[in-house]
Design a protein around this ligand. Structure first.
Ligand code: GLV
Length: 332
């Protein structure tokens, strides 16, 4: 009998076709996806799941699972899954790194440029029929080139953003408990600084950290107060990394000049204070949403699931130590 996989929400059809070549597929082909309270029921008898960020795998949910071999998340972020609990339960967990790095970095830069150069305000001005004449200070914004970019989190996406910033001749500061590899630091001329120095000196602050208890509300009122009045905040990581109410207040009261936000604390809800402002560009969690990248994310998650079901090492595991111990106990 073929193994069974649950797909909790619509993904690219190529991934479903691939899964069907290898397993039975129970597919919730909707954009709302399977409600979390139906997850356990629908997982009965399944050996794999392709999950999305809206599926919450708490320790309680994980403890109730039976016979599941892998949770293959269709995202690079995995704050929706308690990986240590899954490891204890003997369940592999995978994500979709690398395939979305450049696409996400492109989008962070798009938000940075849009907020700095007031692209959306210009678009709305024109659509509203307000453009009557050229004038010297119409929608003047902030230069990006030769300015200072501060990056929180110098992992794959942080580095890809830094690479783009080099093209704009920017000075690049970063803050990360883990130092960037020497060769990358040299190539991109990165300066590792303290959190406070980054906040004080950066014209643009871009967030590229995973969400964890250590990064929750990394940017709150005290941090926003340290930033320059002319600074712009960009968040393409996870909403709870910035305190959304504090960001709305800072933008409204002019502590900072602008923001570009793709992620929110309670998606799809957006803090009402942000929706009233013109100095913020808001997008619906689409930083990795190019056609090719979202297809590749779907495929990578499917490849991870099929590998686990066929007893091969999934390509992008988050708990490789579990794989190692499972394979050594099989070999023993
Ligand atoms: C999207 O937010 C992802 O984590 O891939």
């Amino acid at each position: 009998m073929k193994p069974s996989v649950l797909v909790t929400k619509r993904i690219f059809p190529e991934a479903i076709a691939f899964l069907k070549e290898h397993c039975e597929v129970d597919y919730e082909e909707t954009d709302d996806g399977l409600p979390n309270d139906q997850l356990l029921d629908r997982l009965r008898g399944k050996q794999a799941i392709l999950a999305q960020l809206t599926n919450k795998f708490t320790p309680e949910v994980i403890d109730s699972l039976d016979g599941l071999k892998i949770i293959a998340n269709v995202a690079v972020g995995f704050d929706n899954i308690d990986v240590p609990a899954a490891t204890r339960k003997g369940i592999l967990v995978s994500n979709t790194p690398d395939v979305l790095t450049d696409t996400t970095a492109d989008f962070a830069f798009a938000l940075l440029l849009a907020a700095a150069r007031r692209v959306v305000e210009g678009h709305q001005y024109l659509h509203a029929g307000l453009w009557r004449k050229w004038s010297i200070d119409l929608l003047v914004g902030h230069d990006v080139h030769h300015r200072t970019l501060g990056i929180f989190g110098m992992g794959r996406i942080g580095q890809a953003v830094a690479r783009r910033a080099r093209g704009f001749s920017m000075r690049i500061l970063y803050y990360d408990p883990v130092r960037a590899p020497e060769a990358i630091s040299r190539e991109l001329e990165l300066e590792l600084v303290s959190k406070d120095q980054l906040l004080r000196e950066a014209d643009f602050v871009s967030l590229h950290v995973p969400l964890s208890e250590g990064t929750r509300k990394l940017i709150g009122e005290p941090e926003l107060m340290l930033m320059k009045k002319s600074a712009i905040l960009v968040n393409t990581s996870r909403g709870p990394v910035a305190d959304e109410a504090a960001v709305a207040k800072a933008l409204d009261e002019g502590w900072i000049a602008g923001a570009g936000l793709d992620v929110f604390e309670n998606e799809p809800k957006v803090h009402p204070g942000l929706l009233k402002l013109t100095n913020v560009v808001l997008t619906p969690h689409i930083a990795s949403a190019s056609i090719d990248t979202r297809r590749e994310m779907s495929m990578l998650a499917a490849r991870n699931a099929v590998a686990a079901l066929e007893g091969r090492r999934p390509p992008t595991l988050l708990n490789p130590q579990l794989w190692d111990s499972l394979s050594s106990s099989k070999g023993a």
